[in-house]
Design a protein around this ligand. Structure first.
Ligand code: F3S
Length: 773
């Protein structure tokens, strides 16, 4: 019998449709009532103060929108810095409902129970920190073992027409319920948590027109694998994928979520679908009938689908009836091969025709439909006397899915054929898979996950990781051959005969409803903040550290008034410098919540334009015991120890890549006050502003080479700008060690609000000062 669950707070999970429609009508006027796409409707109905912030103009791909998201979801790895930042804003509760999900830090070694236990020990201090912060600020805390962030969001929080931010790249999964869910860095999440409008360049909208119907072995996963092949990993950058047409309405809600999930693989901002009957059924099946009723009403008013005649920036046509199962990889999610051609690709490439493991589940593919379809195949194979030939691992997406699978004997069927059911967590999808038998060996695995970058699953760069539907993965584990095509091929039986699978059939939703499973995993909905709670950070912790507010550049310690203090140039960075160059990932991930420790990786893969070396900086003021060169973080530390504020000179598109806020926090932590670039990547530029670093652009890109390490740089004109002088511009006076002096003209993109952040030392200092007043 279903255990009783805490009563839902429907008000907190139902979008405020009346308010959204009202705002939309304001934006419609600004746009002269042109027809809108669904994605536009959702975005524009969440614009903060549209009359003021739009200035009467909104152009897709050009304008910047100030948005008010309704909800924030954070996973355990990225939540750490997000919460540390939120804490330094000095607020006593979040401005919008939020949830934390412990899923990335759980291992996949022996099976659910044992792995959960050992992960709790290894990560105890992180979980304690997250839980105590959640209690203090009234955030819903989903403890380790409760499930994967995106599955839980779909089951509990997602709703048609909603705008949500999540600190994970597969946040768009919630688009399966007809909303916009966008993956962001922690600093953006903090915008929403503090009620600061969140900025997004109005995305272009790609319309994906679906006709026909999926049939046989083709699944929603094959639709997105096929589309990834068409669009490539960059095809969705700065764009939203909006699906429309009859082929949307004959798919399950969870199937659409799989498609939305992997929009991240083509770089799309997010993906969405018009409201469908299967979304309504899913809301009802997951105990959200009031949300479904409100969505029905909003849909009747035309909110939850595109207007007749809405224009897309590009339209992609896909006939689902023609889709065949597809396998993508290895090493990149856009290398798509139709199943019927895969055997010949194996031959051409000279790959061993051997599968070494099959993995199903994850946030991408662990719906009831996926699991029952997989169980159907397992039953067929079992009846023929077959067992999985290679390790077969399954990660359920949530406790609800796990418990429902168990009740409906899906788990029994899978275990009977040899599957190992892992904890409800990311596990092998994020490299928590301990796999010793194939270390350093070339081998091929098939997963129903979403990413297949080198080394992602087992840390072995020689593991070729292919992506496929859960049903195809399952069928192939019974064959053990990479070239096996269940549509046409048979598996020889020990008895002498042969066995051929029938196309799998799954069940969209459980006929007996979902069972929640262990209720210990469920948080109280929208808990009241408990301000007396002490946020737990272990003394001497190497993984967590409270953030000290950054000191403002302006005050008695700066004799230049409202100009930046005199700055010394630390280095001139050459060429491509992504957020990965500025703050490397890999082994550094464990320090995400510890600014001092993670800052040891500052720019360690950046190239110094003076000399061309990687991770080498010059120290012109070194003392007798120090060398005149050292690693970049070490020289930055020397500057900080001398209380010498500093500047960086950087090349084109500085900070491209991710929204990782560490790339802005770290230089600021060591005393960087100014970065002058040939050009910036927009998200990183905004992150620098949030942390109180002034980003300036060379008016003449050639000036880049004129400034070098050890030069003194002084800003002029910043004081005017901070004093509100219209059109004030900033130039730099550069003083060379030789005594030579010259001026360099710059440009800036600082808005009035962003100037307030600079003045306060950071956006969070500014918010904190306002909170106190
Ligand atoms: Fe986790 Fe993999 Fe999804 S890391 S959130 S299961 S993409």
């Amino acid at each position: 019998a279903a255990a009783s669950l805490p009563e839902k707070n429907y008000a907190s999970i139902t979008p405020p449709y009346a308010q959204l429609l009202e705002k939309l009508s304001i934006v419609r006027k600004i746009l002269n009532n042109r027809p809108l796409t669904l994605a536009e409707k959702i975005l524009y109905s969440h614009i903060h103060n549209p009359e003021q912030t739009l200035n009467g103009k909104l152009v897709r791909g050009e304008s910047y929108l100030q948005l008010s998201p309704e909800r924030v979801a954070m996973q355990d790895a990225s939540a750490q810095m997000a919460l540390l930042q939120f804490m330094s804003a000095g607020m006593d509760r979040c401005a919008v409902p939020a949830s934390i999900h412990c899923d990335h830090l759980i291992q996949a070694i022996q099976g659910a129970e044992a792995d959960l236990k050992s992960s709790l020990v290894t990560n105890q201090e992180v979980f304690d920190f997250l839980e105590s912060a959640a209690r203090k600020y009234g955030i819903e805390f989903w403890r380790p073992g409760s499930g994967i962030i995106h599955q839980i969001v779909l089951e509990n929080y997602a709703a048609p027409g909603m705008l949500m931010l999540g600190t994970d790249s597969h946040t768009p999964n919630a688009g399966g319920l007809g909303m916009l869910a966008i993956g962001v860095g922690g600093a953006d999440a903090v915008d929403a948590l503090t009620g600061t409008p969140w900025e997004l360049k109005a995305p272009q909208i790609v319309g994906v027109h679906l006709t026909g119907k999926l049939d046989g072995w083709a699944t929603p996963k094959d639709l997105i694998l096929h589309l990834a092949g068409k669009l490539t990993v960059r095809g969705g950058t700065g764009r939203i994928l909006e699906y429309f047409g009859p082929g949307v309405f004959n798919q399950s809600c969870t199937g659409l979520a799989t498609v939305a999930n992997m929009g991240a693989e083509v770089g799309a901002t997010t993906s969405t679908f018009p409201y469908t009957a299967s979304m309504r059924s899913y809301l009802n099946a997951t105990n959200r009938a009031p949300v479904a009723r409100a969505a029905d009403e909003a849909a009747a008013k035309g909110f939850l689908s595109a207007d007749e005649g809405a224009e897309y920036d590009e339209v992609v046509e896909i006939n689902l009836s023609e889709l065949e199962p597809t396998i993508n990889g290895p090493f990149t999610p856009d290398l798509a091969t139709p199943l019927s051609k895969f055997a010949s690709v194996i031959q051409e490439q000279g790959w061993k025709d051997e599968l070494s493991a099959g993995l199903i589940g994850s946030c991408t593919n662990s719906s009831y439909q996926d699991m029952t379809a997989v169980a159907d195949l397992a039953k067929q194979a079992q009846a023929a006397g077959l067992k999985a030939k290679v390790p077969f691992l399954c990660t359920p997406g949530s406790e609800q899915i796990r418990a429902t699978m168990e009740r409906d004997k899906v788990t029994d069927v899978l275990e009977d054929v040899g599957a190992l059911v892992l904890a409800n967590a990311c596990g092998p999808c994020i490299g928590q898979w301990k796999r010793d038998d194939k270390k350093g060996e070339e081998n091929a695995i098939l997963t129903s996950f979403n990413r297949n970058f080198k080394s992602r699953n087992d840390g072995n760069a020689k593991t070729m990781n292919f992506l496929a539907s859960p049903t195809l993965v399952t069928a192939m584990t019974f064959s053990g051959k990479l070239s096996f095509n269940p549509v046409t091929d048979s598996i020889p039986l020990p008895s002498g005969g042969s066995f051929k699978f029938k196309p799998p059939t799954g069940q969209d939703l459980p006929s007996e409803g979902f069972t929640p499973g262990r209720t210990i995993f469920y948080p109280t909905p929208t808990p009241e903040p408990q301000p007396e709670t002490e946020v737990i950070i272990k003394k001497d912790s190497q993984r967590l550290e409270l953030l000290e507010p950054f000191k403002s550049h302006f005050g008695p310690w700066n004799d230049r008034g409202l100009e930046l203090p005199s700055l010394k140039v630390l280095m001139r960075v050459r060429g491509k410098c992504t957020t990965d160059h500025i703050s490397a990932a890999g082994p550094w991930l464990k320090y995400k919540g510890h600014l001092t420790n993670i800052s040891e990786n500052l720019l360690i893969t950046a190239t110094n334009d003076e000399g061309g070396d990687v991770n080498v900086a010059f120290d012109h003021d070194h003392d007798a015991n120090q060398s005149n060169t050292d690693t970049i973080p070490n020289v930055a530390k020397r500057f900080r120890d001398r209380k010498q504020p500093w500047a960086l000179v950087v090349d084109d598109n500085y900070g491209e890549g991710s929204a990782r806020e560490h790339a802005a926090l770290q230089p600021r932590f060591y005393g960087c006050a100014l970065i002058v670039a040939r050009s910036f990547a927009r998200i990183h530029e905004t992150n620098l502003k949030k942390q109180g670093v002034l980003p300036l652009w060379f008016a003449d890109k050639a000036d880049y080479s004129r400034i070098g390490s050890g030069d003194i740089v002084e800003t002029h004109g910043l004081a005017d700008l901070l004093n509100g002088v219209p059109d004030a511009s900033i130039y730099l006076v550069v003083k060379k060690p030789t005594g030579e002096e010259f001026k360099v003209q710059t440009k800036h993109t600082m808005s009035a609000d962003q100037l307030k952040w600079l003045k306060a030392g950071s956006a969070l200092n500014h918010i904190s000062a306002q909170t106190k007043n």
